[in-house]
Design a protein around this ligand. Structure first.
Ligand code: IMP
Ligand code: MG
Length: 182
């Protein structure tokens, strides 16, 4: 068995290219901009994994917005969901009465996103929706609403484009998976 530090970019097989990511995000941003036309939103970035997805999406959205950042940590350095979610950073502004859209990198068991949505719903936003770049439908352990979805993927462990393995590979410009055995 390899240790996380032994995994290199050579062990990563590309799954979704940079161009595919950009094209899909353009479509998603168009959909969101259309749905919220005439309104302003609070765009919430779920740290750390969503920071690149978030920064690309807000530049594609044609809407007035405020940006907020919510830090959660759910995995430690393992490849399986612990189901435990720890809040590491809270949003800095009130969400009450506002149109909130949460941006998440990946929904696996669904536990993290449902925890986040429940926590934010308690702040009484006017509306609350979620946008996830990736979803692993076969891994879901709870019902969770993903209102805007980039791609459905299989159960493979993915990295890149903000998503990490033991803190690494966030800077890859594409999404790839770590080949079996690593
Ligand atoms: P969930 O609570 O099981 O849905 O997990 C959600 C969080 O786990 C995501 O926000 C990621 O941080 C992490 N995660 C889930 N699947 C992967 C993966 O394939 N690669 C890296 N991180 C993942
Ligand atoms: Mg995450």
């Amino acid at each position: 068995m390899y240790k996380p530090d032994d995994v290199t970019e050579a062990h990563i097989r590309p799954l979704i290219t940079h161009v595919q990511l950009q094209e899909r995000m353009t479509e998603l941003a168009r959909e969101i901009s259309h749905d919220y036309r005439g309104q302003s939103i609070v765009a919430v970035c779920i740290l750390k994994g969503s920071f690149i997805f978030f920064s690309d999406m807000i530049r594609k959205l044609d809407l007035p917005m405020h940006c907020e950042f919510l830090g959660v940590s759910s995995y430690g350095n393992k490849m399986v969901s612990s189901g435990e979610v720890k809040l590491t950073l809270d949003v800095s502004d009130t969400l009450e009465g506002r149109h909130v859209v949460v941006f998440e990198d990946i929904v696996d068991s669904g536990l993290t996103l449902s925890y986040i949505l429940q926590a934010l719903r308690a702040r009484r936003p006017a509306t609350l929706k979620s946008c996830s770049l990736l979803l692993k439908p076969d891994s879901l352990k709870t019902e969770v609403d993903v209102d805007y979805l980039g791609f459905k993927i299989g159960n493979e462990f993915v990295v890149g484009y903000g998503i990490d393995y033991a803190g690494r590979f966030r800077g890859l410009p594409y999404i790839g998976f770590i080949e079996h055995g690593h």
